[in-house]
Design a protein around this ligand. Structure first.
Ligand SMILES: *Cc1c(COP(=O)(O)O)cnc(C)c1O
Length: 371
């Protein structure tokens, strides 16, 4: 592998393909013709880098960017991203004036929320756009569907808010088809009930799994996250069209031949059984290599050859067996996620999900953009 100069002095980097993210957005768009897009770029665009990803996606004609909180919304604004953030989680009282002043979009889960935003609208001389969120089983926020009948009359007196959308979030779109169909039906009836009272410009509940596997008759916007980063949480005919967006690499920092009976790493959980050529690699759990890998017989790839991890992953380093890589040498590139090790494989071996692997890639890991 030829390394560009900036990487020659790096020991661990994520190679990020921004064009692939744009391409994947196109796949999602084709799978959901006509839907408005709220690409989710929370948690540093799932480890890919908030600002660089927002900058390329912004050209694609979006409704909003999905962010987790006000801090991420602020970063988009500082980066002069014009597409407004949509804040996906509940907000603290102290955070809301900033939302109102900047015209960011969020939602209400309670009448208190609506009244508070109304009073801030009054104070700032603004009409605050708000979506009404509904809890269909996720339990993190939203009105209960049973509160629906009383809502329109209670909201009508709040003249400084404008209900411009309705939203929900599906808790098991990638696990329970029957429950998800039921929740979608409930959403459709909520939209039908609210429509005569409000101009519901934005109607959305689909994450990646729902966007790729379900149709929602009354929705007109989707909030895809993971699928933009190349992984569909559900089996879909579109899977083959998605492109991987991130590879994770490190380098061999030391090579030694150890005799039989030598212990490796903390707790001495591994012992060589024969003379073994071992490599120390400059990546650890602080970089996002899950510590749990040690017990699951995981391999990293050197020159396309899979090399078992020996002993526990430490904070900054890990040891692998390179006995079967004849030309392995100091400085060689080690693939952790890439063509030979898909993120889904690493996630399974780490007994977790791709979302956690992506967002666990640490701040110390250099992000290299090849586009
Ligand atoms: C994170 C998040 C999403 C995106 O989820 P994916 O499964 O990554 O597509 C969508 N909506 C909400 C409310 C979220 O918090």
């Amino acid at each position: 592998m030829h390394l560009p100069p900036i990487l020659q002095s790096s020991r661990t980097w994520a190679q990020i393909d921004l064009n692939a993210i744009v391409h994947n957005l196109g796949v999602v768009r084709r799978a959901n013709p006509g839907a408005m897009l709220i690409p989710v770029v929370k948690a540093g665009a799932y480890g890919h880098g908030l600002e660089p990803v927002a900058r390329v996606l912004e050209q694609e004609g979006l409704a909003f960017f999905g962010v987790a909180n006000v801090g991420e919304a602020r970063r988009l604004a500082h980066a002069s991203i014009r597409t407004k953030p949509y804040i996906l989680g509940p907000t603290l009282l102290e955070e809301r004036e900033e939302i109102v002043i900047n015209g960011w979009q969020t939602f209400a889960s309670t009448l208190d929320d609506i009244e508070h935003f109304n009073s801030l609208g009054q104070k700032c001389g603004k009409i605050v756009p708000l979506h009404l969120a509904f809890d269909l089983g996720m339990g993190r926020g939203g009105f209960l569907p049973s509160q629906l009948p009383e809502l329109p009359s209670l909201i009508k007196s709040c003249h400084h808010v404008c209900i411009n959308g309705v939203s929900s979030h599906l808790p098991s779109a990638d696990e329970d088809e029957a429950a998800t169909r039921q929740q979608i039906a409930t959403f459709d009836s909520i939209v039908a009930t609210l429509s005569p009272h409000f101009q519901l410009t934005y109607r959305h509940l689909a994450n990646s799994a729902a966007a790729m596997a379900f149709s929602v008759p009354t929705a007109n916007a989707i909030r895809p996250g993971l699928v933009l980063y190349g992984v569909s949480p559900v089996a879909t005919p579109w899977q083959d069209e998605l492109r991987p967006t991130l590879s994770l690499y490190s380098r061999i920092t030391l090579i030694r031949e150890l005799p039989a009976g030598q212990s490796i790493s903390y707790g001495q959980t591994y012992r060589t059984t024969t003379s073994t050529k071992i490599a120390t690699v400059g990546i650890g759990y602080a970089d996002g290599l899950p510590r749990i890998l040690a017990r699951n017989g995981v391999c990293l790839s050197v020159h396309g050859i899979l090399c078992p991890v020996l002993g526990r992953v430490t904070m900054d380093q890990v040891v692998i067996d390179v006995s079967h890589v004849p030309h392995a040498q100091l400085g060689d590139v080690v693939e952790v996620i890439g063509p030979h090790i898909p993120i889904t494989t690493l996630a399974t071996q780490a007994e977790t999900i791709p979302w956690e692997i992506f967002t666990g890639i640490g701040p110390r890991v250099y992000r290299y953009y090849n586009s």
